[in-house]
Design a protein around this ligand. Structure first.
Ligand SMILES: [Zn+2]
Length: 366
């Protein structure tokens, strides 16, 4: 009998000759003997029925055979009934599939977004992340006043960040800036800017400790953790918005995220990843991780020192400091200091050096 074969590769159907031989349905293209299908009869099922024609296929195959209903029943005999029954079973499976798809969709909204955050972050255009970071920095410049960036100290801080950034594989140039704040903290913003508080620089005993914190933040930049955090926070809102059609969700979420900086933190898994990567970055740069071990260790034992306890904001967002210090200690290899003593003395003053007074404008000279 004649039939048409849609082979799932080319759009136009092949005219085929259909036979049943030895319990198999064989359809061979008239124009091309190499094209065709050869299916066990008991795996064939009916997938459509219209205009006196049947669509037939086999599980998991894209190919579809279209035959005249009457001719097919004559050819297949009683097998055609079993084939139709298998088709109806498939309809029920389709309904079941739709229910499952609904559940999957719900899972994507409520569970899948955190899991999708990493691939989403990796696919976020760099320009978009950079713009996001610039906006965030502008917002942060209100609570955290920048230390003067024209000093030699600021230049040393920038250079140290750049040098460590080169040892990493960050998609953005690393720009380290010092900001005034009475607590120990450092933030990796989206787009490669890293803010370090004046108190953190005060509490760091030497350049290796500061380098350790910078390497950790650079790892956050390199792995685009800020975008992951953003997707995590926005994703569910975006998707729910798309479903219920509110239309305002995404923008709102973005503002909440950028404004609610207190909640700007990475998950434990991301922190552990950043620590591991920081150790690699320091080692690639030839800096000993002893500084990391010392700094984390001191912060972990801060309990007795009320000033440090209050100040160690960074360690609220970075839990298990003792465990992290231990990890750094195990990784210790000899290295050279991240900066010379003289350089450190200069860098250390980064938030104490003030810009020279502005020359009086002409309006003042009368
Ligand atoms: Zn971190």
């Amino acid at each position: 009998m004649q039939g048409q074969l849609y082979d799932g590769r080319v759009a136009r159907p092949w005219a085929v000759e259909v036979t049943i031989e030895g319990g198999r349905v064989i359809a061979r293209a008239v124009e091309d003997a190499a094209t065709g299908v050869d299916w066990p009869l008991d795996e064939v099922r009916e997938i459509s029925r219209s205009d006196g024609r049947y669509g037939l296929s086999r599980a998991d195959e894209d190919a579809r055979l279209v035959v005249d209903a009457e001719a097919w029943r004559a050819l297949a005999g009683r097998s055609s009934e079993a084939i139709a029954r298998r088709g109806r079973g498939r309809e029920w499976r389709l309904v079941g599939g739709l229910v499952a798809a609904g559940l999957t969709f719900a899972a994507v909204v409520f569970i899948g977004v955190p899991m999708a955050a990493r691939p989403l972050a990796a696919r976020t255009p760099l320009a978009l992340e950079a713009r996001f970071g610039a906006n965030m920095e502008k917002q942060l410049s209100v609570p955290f006043r920048a230390c003067w960036d024209g000093s030699d100290s600021a230049a040393l801080l920038r250079d140290l960040g750049q040098r460590l950034g080169e040892a990493a594989n960050a998609p953005f140039p690393i720009r380290v800036k010092a900001v005034r704040a009475p607590f120990v903290n450092a933030f990796a913003l989206p787009g490669g800017t890293i803010l370090v508080t004046s108190e953190l620089i005060q509490q760091a005993h030497g350049p290796d400790e500061l380098a350790a914190v910078l390497a950790h933040e650079i790892a956050h930049v390199e792995r685009r953790h800020a975008m992951q955090a953003a997707w995590r926070a926005m994703g569910a809102g975006l998707l729910l918005d798309a479903v219920v059609g509110g239309g305002s969700g995404a923008g709102q979420q973005l503002i909440v995220l950028a404004g609610g900086f207190a909640d700007y933190r990475f998950s434990r898994a991301l922190e552990a990843e950043a620590d591991d990567r920081a150790i690699q970055i320091l080692q690639a740069e030839g800096v000993s991780t002893q500084g990391m071990a010392d700094f984390f260790g001191r912060m972990a034992n801060r309990g007795d020192d009320p000033r440090l306890r209050q100040a160690a904001e960074w360690f609220k967002t970075h839990p298990d400091t003792a465990g992290r210090a231990e990890k750094a200690r195990r990784a210790v290899r000899p290295g050279r200091p991240a900066l010379s003593d003289d350089e450190w003395d200069v860098l250390d003053r980064v938030c104490r050096v003030l810009p020279p007074p502005k020359p009086k404008s002409r309006n003042d000279v009368r």
